[in-house]
Ligand binder design. Structure first.
Ligand code: ADP
Ligand code: MG
Length: 314
């Protein structure tokens, strides 16, 4: 049967929550349903898919709940909040993908794996926390947190104070063997949400750390570890562009790895948005992957058949 490819799909924030939506559960579920309708098309076309996703707004909301409830129940650390968000988003994806598949007469198990990603405690990111997480707070709250905990807070462009955490590189997906076994058994797996829960190895054990991993760089590790042929990053733009948002903008259709690296070095891809996607594609191909695709969430099927998105090969 499987004439298709093994594809790791990385879903961007817009797959779960649209800009300007408040984030009510039903709102998120409706977005996820249209996302999984697309993914079901790929499954129907014979492809094997593993799904990963971002979690920024969801973990942000969970952190607000921790702050608000701090006087009634203990606040959970960031790694535990990441695990909560993987469960929440995995639940929505399981329910919606199950429905999308059933409508097409496809009966396949769908399962979410709570996923840990190993990071290096010597990663330079730990010396320089840059990633804002959680709610905006008043200055006196931020100063009190800094005085009583290890947390770092910064003033964020006049909008208030916000906690910043390191964003280290993911090295290894702890649950990769379990994911690969489920995939081999025919399951559609959702894994490594939010880039994975960052853990370090200490005396042979895994210990959660207060950090966040970029979801695109995490997706590359999953794709590598499950032996995917294709890494497909779905986002809110149809293609990667040169001179983005300038009169000279040029959308890329097909590029080689060498061309992409040259454009990357010329600074075309913004840190925190397109930058990590391009870096993830670069690493995937350098580590032996066949093809990396960056495309619109609404064009997954066209992208895999080659008529949409930016396609990168060696
Ligand atoms: P996601 O949630 O899918 O990861 P991001 O906001 O992180 O979404 O990244 C997608 C955004 O990257 C686009 O909305 C676009 O504004 C931005 N972007 C930055 N540089 C480029 C570029 N060179 N080409 C296309 N999009 C770019
Ligand atoms: Mg992003």
């Amino acid at each position: 049967m499987p004439t298709g490819k093994r594809i790791v799909i990385a879903l961007g924030g817009n797959a779960i929550l649209q800009p300007r939506q408040a984030g009510a559960f039903d709102e998120q579920l409706a977005n996820v349903q249209s996302t999984t309708d697309q993914i079901a098309e790929l499954v129907a076309a014979g492809h094997t898919v593993v799904i990963t996703h971002g979690n920024g707004p969801q973990v942000g909301a969970i952190l607000i709940q921790q702050e608000a409830g701090r006087n009634q129940v203990p606040a959970m650390p960031l790694d535990a909040c990441g695990a909560q968000s993987q469960g929440l988003i995995g639940y929505m994806l399981q329910q919606c993908l199950g429905r999308s598949l059933k409508r097409k007469g496809i009966h396949r198990p769908v399962a979410t794996i709570v996923t840990q990603a190993v990071v290096d405690p010597a990663d330079p990111a730990f010396q320089n926390p840059t990633k804002p997480v959680g709610p905006f707070c008043p200055e006196d709250w931020a100063r009190q947190r800094m005085a009583t905990t290890d947390e770092r807070w910064i003033e964020d462009a006049g909008r208030g104070w916000r906690r910043v955490v390191p964003s280290p590189d993911p090295k290894r997906i702890v649950e990769a063997p379990a994911i690969a076994q489920l995939v081999a058994a025919g399951a559609i797996v959702i894994a490594n949400g939010g880039g994975g829960i960052p853990v370090i190895e200490r005396d042979g054990d895994l210990v959660g750390v207060e950090a966040v991993i970029d979801k695109d760089l995490g997706a590359e590790r999953v794709a590598h570890d499950v032996g995917a042929q294709v890494l497909m990053i779905l986002t809110d733009v149809p293609r990667v562009a040169l001179n983005y948002r300038t009169p000279n903008q040029r959308d890329l259709d097909r590029v080689t790895l060498n061309e992409l690296v040259a454009y990357q070095e010329e600074g075309h891809f913004r840190a925190g948005s397109m930058g990590p996607k391009v870096e993830a594609c670069r690493r995937f191909l350098e580590n032996g992957g066949e093809e990396a695709i960056i495309a619109s969430l609404h064009q997954a099927l066209e992208a895999i058949s080659g008529s949409a998105g930016t396609h990168i090969t060696t």
